[in-house]
Ligand binder design. Structure first.
Ligand code: URA
Length: 209
């Protein structure tokens, strides 16, 4: 699928299988999501541009590569984005954070924003949206709409699992936003859950069910 990278590294696939198992504990689920967050982050940032700076090692001067431009922004969609964000921050501790809170109005089924806070200068930063489950795609679409409205131009999407229906919906709305995911599953069920999936990521992460 164009614009989508499936992170097929054996460590990611192994950890994802552990997460899918229904008997995996809350503690392990949270730990695994954090670990996969780091590994997916490694791939999402693989092609970031570098610039050369002059440094001195204990032995000599050299030109050495550093990541060019302003600090990255990780935009976590509440609430399950938080678990994946933790792992991403282990890899990029200086990243700036945006929080995007959206819920679905049960009457209209429209996405309603209840919280949005993002760093300044979004237009000058690479923004990586973090949401483990891209199911219908509607939340991710609304989050990217909002980030674009706030100025973001260079946006990427980091997920754990996607449904094919959600991916096409998302790419139809935001063809400029590339997606990284650990797997593309089979389909969505009538309740908007990804199958085979792993259940409700937020509930499993926080032990709320
Ligand atoms: N959100 C989840 O947590 N799980 C799904 O399967 C779909 C959406």
């Amino acid at each position: 699928m164009r614009g989508v990278t499936v992170v097929d590294h054996p460590l990611v696939q192994h950890k994802l299988t552990l997460m899918r198992k229904k008997d995996t504990s809350t503690k392990s689920f949270r730990q695994l999501l954090k670990e996969i967050g780091s590994l997916v982050c490694y791939e999402v940032t693989r092609d970031l541009p570098l610039e050369t700076v002059q440094i001195e090692t204990p032995l000599t001067a050299m030109s050495a590569p550093t990541i060019a431009g302003k600090k990255l922004v990780f935009a976590a969609i509440l609430r399950s984005g938080m678990g994946m964000l933790e792992g991403m921050l282990e890899l990029v501790p200086a990243a700036r954070i945006a929080h995007v809170g959206l819920y679905r109005d049960p009457a209209t089924l429209a996405c309603v924003e209840y919280y949005f806070k993002a760093p300044d200068n979004l237009a000058e930063r690479t923004v990586i949206v973090v949401d483990p489950m891209l199911a219908t795609g509607n939340t991710a679409i609304a989050a990217v709409d909002r980030l674009k409205e706030a100025g973001a131009k260079n946006i990427r999407m980091a997920c754990l699992l996607c449904a094919p229906e959600g991916l096409s919906n998302f790419q139809g709305h935001h063809p400029d936003v590339k997606v990284w995911t650990a797997a593309i599953d089979d389909h969505l069920n009538d309740h908007g859950y990804i199958l085979p999936g792993l259940g409700d990521a937020g509930d499993r992460m926080y032990g709320t069910r």
